[in-house]
Design a protein around this ligand. Sequence first.
Ligand code: GDP
Ligand code: MG
Length: 442
Amino acid sequence: NLSDRLGNVFDRLRGRGALSEQDVRDAMREVRVALLEADVALPVVRRFIDAVTEKAIGTEVLKSVTPGQQVVKIVNDELVEMLGGEEVEGLTLEAKPPVVIMMVGLQGSGKTTTTAKLGKLLKERHGKKALMASLDVNRPAAQEQLAVLGEQVSVATLPIVAGQQPVDIARRAMESAKLQSADVLLLDTAGRLHVDEALMAEMKAVAGVSTPTEVLLVVDSLTGQDAVNVARSFTEEVPLTGVVLTRMDGDARGGAALSMRHVTGKPIKFAGTGEKLDAIEAFDPKRVAGRILGMGDVVSLVEKAAATIKEEEAEAMAKRMAKGQFDLNDLRTQLRQMQNMGGLGMLAGMLPGMKKAKAALSQSGMDDKVLVHMDAIIGSMTPKERANPALMNAKRKKRVAAGSGLQVQDVNKLLKMHQEMSRAMKQIKKMGGLKGLGALLG
Ligand code: GDP
Ligand code: MG
């Protein structure tokens, strides 16, 4: 985990004035391991480290941050930049209709699902009339699969004609799209388990008859190092215009994103975030950078928090956290902020440790009402108990439960959540505290 690793390096860096070559090289060794752990391909890791090292050495350390934080900022910024920077890359739809979008990739990467997701998105968000056609004649029932998804999202699919070859289906799809004046034609192509010549020949032939405006490579973000070879093969054979990374809802650390960007030189346009047909998002370089660095979405949390939390409150809290203190008074402040920030659901997964806290809560069937309950529980405690939750023995718990109109088990849940959060805060403390991170964002 990079936060732990960097935590160690940063402790050594802390308190010094500027970034020396040795500081940077030490930190980069840890960054390198973290990137490899996040499944970024080796050549990509090398290039990244070189770029960052060059930038970081000799950098003046801002007054308000530690050298360690400065390195994190440089690493993070460079990662965001390499992942695509600030600009959002959407689909090109300005060509003469029907605009053809061709989906390519290995079997099981999520092409058919993504085709349906895009069909829905084009219809609902762009007001475009789409036609979808499956060219997958290898996998049994592949064409039916798209037809079923088409029904679900109410987007037309090309009627299935048994025995037709992919290129012929592509031609028929073009004609049909023109006849029904569709704005967009989505071509869902066949995949294989491995890249082979026959597949590439088929992709080329299909591209030849349909002259696609977009050729999107669909890659499973869990494939890690392999993804690079797949991307390289496709890049050499078909004119890719972008990448879609699927299964970003899973355990993938996002390393594939950096590799894809590097190998294809094309923007990552979308991230698939689930099996449901609305689970597709514009690719967000900032969030993925945070994920690769293994810091949860600390950066977005800080941004969001900064907008909600009053300046003085934040400062007081940061001071307490910096000392490793986080008592029930702080928890109460946090609970109230959570309510302002959109509840538990939004916080889950953003802070390291919050996922666990949330899981513990949802397991017991609790929801955002819990925020109000917890507030009531803390309200029933004495100032001493709030400052020192360890005081809470069975007798005190009973009293507090009665006072707040809740059960002893609710009091226990609150205390457990407080523990989980203290643990998460300690992780953040290693990064220099919320305030330090906030200052980085400047
Ligand atoms: P294809 O062989 O490339 O057409 O892949 P499919 O579209 O048939 O997808 C294979 C499996 O992956 C299906 O079970 C999909 O529901 C699932 N899948 C696709 N995209 C995502 C995603 O973004 N997240 C998750 N969790 N599952 C996905
Ligand atoms: Mg398919």
